[in-house]
Design a protein around this ligand. Structure first.
Ligand code: ATP
Ligand code: MG
Length: 722
């Protein structure tokens, strides 16, 4: 291997950072300036030039996709296997630590990770058992409170009564929740981080072992670390001065989830011998795109301030499309995608980015009807589907019978005659004796406290779980256990009986789960030899969207703006750029949040390399409600010369803000107004988008439901108004 490949593809500032002596380092730079590239090359530098062994390297990022990308890039650069490096997300690495040191972390070996959905269920149940009215104390709010405390490193025992009624009630629930989780061996996402921090903080030997081990610690997207993540990094590195962080204050987008931009200042305080490197050249986007991003973000105050430049030339201006409604928006975007592919482009070069997961449906439908392969990240993830969660709950319970969340989920799914009364008895017994539901069931059975029918139903359930856990221990390959579970649990049978497509899809998904267990790459996810079942179950709790679409297929990428952070695409569609959606309604009142929305928009714009299209709809149906939103203020913050409006509406004037009627301009004599529904004998039904010319020359552009967008000469086209 030629060592010069570590340095030669870098500019001077990047080289400075990559080849710096071992010391704390902050690379503070805007989007697309090569921060992640610097981080990867820095790791390669350590391995090759400083002769640090791969297992002495720790690197943290925020998504699994980014982590595997990073590992991949290092391997490619050096032509080595980087398997023994600790590269992962904060949650993934915390989990790994807890598994390996479960006892010292005061967790049962069989502990299970629950996702936020499971957490919410547990909280609902807890409120019920504490007789707390969940209309007055919404479970989501309780969840937010608990996670917020954990993100700050605060346990219930650290809190004290401050006389505030709201606070006291939340505190009590938090306390009960902690007890319940401990008893059930359940760990939520925030708990992973907090406990991994406590593990190192409270075990001196362990801490010094890991401090010696991780000679260099690297963090990407540092601006989005929260209090506990930063505290964890400090534990590992303080004194050794070996923390290398890269970030961009303008891309901090997780303040609402506890991320602290201040960590950038804290870093500078806590590591006095640090060096700061700034990068200013952008290598990702063409000039117009960069200009748009620079102008937009300049509207925020208290920035650390940096300007990006490129020598790539202006490139194409941004396109702006005012859609009639959300369907028209999807039609338009998918039409442009088809054009790109027709011209020889790859689908995987394209991303559709939206503010809210609920927006994906329109695009999915349109992509589906046009048979365009796509992949959705996030949203209702594969592992979050009901049938999959049910199957996983069987697996979880067979791994850890005290997992109350799983117990609740499947004790009567499929129905097996365990009624509400029996369940209540169980819950009360469990609560009063501070034991798991499993333990409570055993007691009820042993003491003969149930009527005969309930008793035999419950016994059958416990037998089934015992049998499953034997089977999973016996099977060589995990997928065989999964196969066994979906059959023996009766789930397959249950869904086969379900009517129509839904049941069929659920059965297919269950079969896909077997497949997922088969294809899961245990090796590269498992440098420390954990059990396959544990690995797979954790993967299911932590992984986002990995299962959708065939990984090898050339797919259009759909995701929220949040999950696009750090990624890049040749062609980007930023959709639904409307007041109330983006920026979100909730941010209107709060200048801090509004600025965070603007940073999110900056993230969105800077994902694009060559083409960026921004769209908004003049009427939108979302969450079952109709609205007539105004275009987002962010659009006005982009300089006019960098943006080109696509729709030339000769005869149609844009409706005045928030009026649902579409008035024709004064010059219009046409019968065809914007939004007019028409029928064509060949193309079917559609709506009018715009008209042009008059008399013999009059042309009309129509968005046909099935045939897409077409221009027609009115003199020839046979159109009926409908
Ligand atoms: P973000 O803030 O969005 O995470 P980033 O600062 O991490 O961006 P990278 O993803 O590392 O930026 O780099 C952006 C693009 O520029 C990548 O395609 C990368 O390969 C390319 N790039 C970075 N540095 C150089 C360079 N010196 N020469 C050529 N290309 C480069
Ligand atoms: Mg990056």
């Amino acid at each position: 291997m030629d060592v010069s490949s570590i340095i030669s593809p870098l500019n001077d500032a990047q080289r400075l950072a990559v080849s710096a002596p071992m010391q704390a380092m902050l690379v503070l730079a805007g989007a697309g300036s090569g921060k992640t590239r610097v981080l990867v090359h820095r790791i390669a530098w350590h391995l090759k030039i400083n002769h640090i062994a791969p297992h002495n390297i720790l690197a943290v990022t925020f998504t699994n996709k980014a982590a595997s990308e990073m590992r991949h890039r290092v391997e490619e650069l050096l032509n080595i296997s980087a398997r023994s490096m600790w590269i992962g997300t904060f949650h993934g690495l915390a989990h790994r630590l807890l598994r390996q040191h479960a006892k010292q972390a005061k967790l049962p070996e069989t502990f299970q990770v629950m996702d936020s959905d499971d957490q919410l269920r547990i909280i609902k149940r807890l409120l019920k058992s504490l007789n707390i009215d969940d209309t007055k104390w919404p479970p989501k709010q309780v969840q937010g409170f608990i996670n917020g405390q954990k993100e700050e490193g605060i346990r219930a025992r650290h809190m004290s009564d401050n006389g505030d009624f709201y606070y006291r009630q939340m505190w009590q629930v938090y306390k009960a929740y902690e007890e319940l989780c401990d008893r059930s061996g359940l760990v939520d996402f925030a708990e992973l981080l907090l406990r991994a921090h406590e593990l190192l903080r409270d075990n001196e030997d362990l801490l010094s072992f890991y401090r010696d081990r991780f000679q260099q610690v690297h963090v990407d997207e540092f601006q989005d670390t929260n209090t506990i993540q930063y505290a964890w990094l400090r534990l590992l590195t303080e004194g050794n001065n070996n923390l290398f962080v890269v970030g961009d204050d303008d891309q901090s987008i997780y303040g609402w989830r506890g991320a602290k931009i201040e960590n950038i200042f804290n870093f500078q305080k806590h590591y006095p011998d640090h060096q700061v490197v700034r990068l200013e050249q952008n290598y990702r986007s063409s000039g117009h795109i960069l200009k748009a991003a620079n102008h937009l973000i300049a509207h925020n105050d208290s920035r650390m301030g940096k300007e990006l430049w490129t020598d790539a030339g202006d490139g194409l201006p941004l396109s702006l499309y005012a859609a009639f409604n959300e369907q028209d928006e999807a039609y338009f975007v998918v039409e442009k995608i088809r054009q790109w592919v027709k011209d020889g482009g790859l689908r995987s070069d394209i991303a559709i980015l939206y503010r809210s997961n609920a927006q994906s449906r329109q695009f999915e439908e349109r992509l589906m009807t046009t048979a365009t392969p796509y992949r959705v990240y996030g949203g209702l993830r594969f592992f979050e589907r009901m049938e999959i969660k049910n199957a996983l709950a069987y697996l979880r319970l067979s791994a850890n019978p005290h997992d109350d969340a799983s117990f609740e989920r499947i004790v009567n799914t499929p129905t097996r005659g365990i009624g509400a009364k029996t369940l209540d008895d169980m819950r009360i017994l469990a609560r009063d004796n501070a034991v798991s539901l499993w333990q409570a069931s055993l007691t009820l059975l042993q003491e003969n406290r149930l009527p005969p029918r309930a008793s035999s139903a419950l016994q059958a359930f416990l037998n089934l779980i015992n049998k499953l856990s034997q089977e999973t221990a016996n099977h060589e390959a995990l997928f065989e256990s999964v196969k066994y579970v979906i059959e023996a649990s009766g789930l397959i049978e249950l869904y086969k009986k379900e009517k129509q497509d839904k049941g069929e899809t659920r059965v297919e998904n269950l079969e896909e789960l077997v497949n997922a267990a088969k294809l899961f790459d245990y090796d590269s996810n498992n440098p420390e030899n954990l059990s396959e079942l544990d690995l797979f179950l954790t993967h299911a709790a932590l992984e986002a969207g990995e299962m959708q679409g065939d990984a090898d297929e050339d797919c259009v990428q759909l995701m929220t703006l949040h999950s696009a952070k750090g990624l890049e695409f040749k062609v980007v569609f930023m959709v639904g750029v409307e007041e109330g959606l983006f920026p979100s309604q909730q941010s209107f009142e709060d200048p801090g949040r509004l600025q965070e929305e603007r940073r999110l928009c900056y993230v969105g714009i800077t994902r694009a390399m060559q083409q960026l299209t921004i769209s908004y709809a003049e009427s939108r149906r979302l969450y079952g409600k109709d609205s007539y939103p105004r275009p987002s203020r962010f659009i006005k913050e982009i300089p006019a010369e960098a943006i080109q409006e696509i729709r030339i509406r000769a005869n149609v004037t844009r409706p005045v803000a928030s009026t649902p009627s579409y008035n024709s301009g004064p010059a219009s004599k046409s019968r065809y107004k914007l939004g007019q529904a028409v029928r064509h004998e060949k193309f079917g039904d559609g709506v009018v988008l715009q008209t042009e010319g008059d008399g013999e020359q009059e042309r009309v552009q129509i968005n046909f439901r099935n045939a897409g967008i077409k221009w027609l000469m009115l003199a020839y086209a046979k159109l009926d108004l409908i």
